[in-house]
Write a protein that binds this ligand. Structure first.
Ligand SMILES: Nc1ncnc2c1ncn2[C@@H]1O[C@H](COP(=O)(O)OP(=O)(O)O)[C@@H](O)[C@H]1O
Ligand SMILES: [Mg+2]
Length: 324
């Protein structure tokens, strides 16, 4: 059927040692717990979950920017976890990242041209000045940045334009995988759609694979092939985006979706399940379901047994009592 996946993430955990004084000792932050998924070439997987659910840590682990505590990451069949940072460097060209806060993530003292060409200097050191300038011009044109912006500085631009600069910088080395971590969360709502459309166009034109991270389900609705819902580092539900949007099975996904504004005033519209209480501490090790403490559907079983991902209605759900 389908070819070998571009990326296979297998039971990846990322733990951090945090805090620690004489009284409390060092605690272990379980940012990502046993996450598995595959990404095919040309596919967009959106990763959603509340702030603190481990989305950025997972993205950074995939790029080997934070150490992977357990599990494996195969990129085109090669296990990245066993590579040294030196061995990782040439592979990094294939995986580029776009960040949340466009202006803060661009160096303020560099011109747009210097910012966009920097990855070329790292990954294509043999290009001369003219060749670099040529590539910068082509990339700016493809992203909708005007040539006369070249010699200006990031702070002179609006958030939307600055994010285009960040996207140009990521694309100039022609990656296969783009990891966009909340790329529109810092932008005005009116600008968000423009940047989302731009990402969708680029993805199509370059058959890029995209990991699209957002805390906001409404943002990813129109850009995702597949959707993965994270809670406290655990995968709660994963599968085709349309299937999950139309009939979410995990109560956590339902709660996230019910926070999305909809123009639906019909009598049989889905009931709102609001999230109450705070996210539990990420230092807890869960024997049961990590969502049990906030789940409207929780039973005794949920605090004693951790649900595993199980196929339900065309997607996989980690819940003892799935249902829409
Ligand atoms: N370097 C780190 N050291 C200790 N804890 C961290 C570190 N990075 C992230 N965390 C913790 O890991 C958890 C997940 O964080 P993060 O991946 O940033 O979540 P998200 O991107 O979904 O908001 C949070 O509890 C966060 O405080
Ligand atoms: Mg984050």
């Amino acid at each position: 059927m389908s070819a070998e996946p571009l990326l296979t993430v297998d039971r990846v955990s990322v733990h951090f040692r945090a805090g620690g004084n004489l009284l409390t000792g060092v605690s272990l932050v379980r940012a990502v717990e046993g996450v598995s998924f595959t990404l095919q070439q040309g596919e967009t997987l959106s990763i959603v979950g509340e702030s603190g659910s481990g989305k950025s840590t997972l993205a950074r682990a995939i790029l080997r920017l934070v150490p992977v505590t357990k599990g494996s990451l195969h990129y085109r069949g090669e296990n990245l976890v066993t590579l040294s940072q030196d061995q990782m460097r040439p592979r990094r060209r294939m995986m580029q990242m776009v960040f949340q806060d466009p202006i803060a993530s661009l160096s303020p003292r560099r011109t747009v041209e210097q910012i966009i060409e920097e990855p070329l200097r790292v990954h294509f050191p043999d290009l001369d000045r003219a060749e670099r300038a040529q590539r910068v011009a082509e990339t700016m044109d493809a992203i909708g940045l005007l040539p006369d912006m070249r010699n200006r500085y990031p702070h002179e631009f609006s958030g939307g334009q600055a994010q285009r600069i960040g996207i140009a910088r990521a694309l100039i080395v022609e990656p296969e995988l783009l990891v966009a971590d909340e790329p529109v969360s810092a932008l005005d709502v009116s600008i968000q759609a423009q940047v989302l459309n731009l990402l969708a166009e680029i993805k199509q034109a370059r058959s890029l694979s995209l990991l699209f991270i957002s805390h906001d389900l409404s943002v990813v609705q129109h850009v995702s092939d597949n959707l993965m819902v994270l809670y406290l580092g655990h995968v709660m539900e994963v599968g085709p985006a349309g299937t999950i949007y139309s009939r979410p099975q995990n109560p956590y996904t339902q709660a996230l979706l019910s926070a999305v504004p909809r123009m639906d005033f019909s009598a049989d519209r889905p009931k709102r399940t609001r999230l109450t209480g705070d996210l539990p501490s990420p230092t807890l090790e869960h024997v049961g379901c990590p969502f049990a403490s906030r789940c409207p559907r929780a039973q005794a079983l949920c605090s004693t047994d951790k649900p595993v991902l199980t196929p339900v209605d065309g997607r996989e759900v980690a819940c003892h009592f799935p249902g829409s």
